[in-house]
Design a protein. Structure first.
Length: 140
């Protein structure tokens, strides 16, 4: 079974780290159509935007082949730092699923490889965002 991540910071060839927009709130991520819960237009737009940002980040990496190979073959740890405009308006876990799905879809990997998740909530009134890092879990 996977172990804790290495105490060493991930290198570019071992992890993908990037800043993304704050996802829509849970109330705006899904819509009910004919009794079925579907991803809303805001949710689809968010996932498309994240997909483009992920693609650009990976395309700029000199180690993209090694990075993608590791992410597709190893257990993964996901860290998300949410920077909201207010402390009480959003739950820290409300954006997890859509951010995780969008990141993994953008990388072409199955999110069932994620075995460890770290969520953090911060306040930044002037620059709301999320900072994500997806890295292989250390096997030592």
């Amino acid at each position: 079974m996977p172990r804790s991540p290495s105490p060493h910071p991930p290198t570019e060839s071992h992890a993908v780290a990037l800043t993304l927009p704050v996802p829509p709130s849970v109330n705006h991520q899904y819509a009910t159509v004919n009794g079925r819960r579907l991803l809303s237009s805001a949710g689809r737009a968010y996932k498309a935007q994240v997909g483009q940002l992920v693609w650009l980040k990976v395309a700029q990496s000199a180690h993209r082949a090694a990075l993608l190979a590791r992410l597709q073959s190893e257990w993964l740890a996901l860290s998300i730092r949410f920077y909201f405009t207010s402390a009480l308006r959003r739950d820290v876990d409300g954006g997890l699923k859509i951010a995780q799905d969008a990141l993994c879809e953008g990388l072409g990997i199955n999110d069932n490889r994620i075995v460890e998740t770290h969520l953090y909530k911060h306040i930044d009134k002037d620059n709301p965002r999320i900072e994500v890092c997806l890295a292989p879990v250390s096997s030592s």
